[in-house]
Design a binder for this molecule. Structure first.
Ligand SMILES: [Zn+2]
Length: 64
């Protein structure tokens, strides 16, 4: 079994909660579950998610 790392807001010292966020990128939008601070609203985005998504979109655009 793998334990999920707990993410803590560096500002508020609160545990981040799961929220659905909408992103806009190159005229398209997408939704994804992200970790968000319930107090200050700061969103934590894993770098792998961001770069992975961007690359997918860029590849799709280049195929045109
Ligand atoms: Zn916070």
């Amino acid at each position: 079994m793998e334990e999920k790392p707990t993410l803590i807001c560096s500002r508020c010292q609160l545990e981040l909660e799961e929220a659905e966020a909408q992103f806009s990128y190159l005229n398209s939008s997408m939704r994804h579950k992200v970790k968000r601070c319930p107090s200050c609203g700061q969103v934590y985005l894993p770098e792998s998610l961001v770069t992975g998504r961007m690359r997918e979109l860029e590849d799709a655009l280049e195929e045109k």
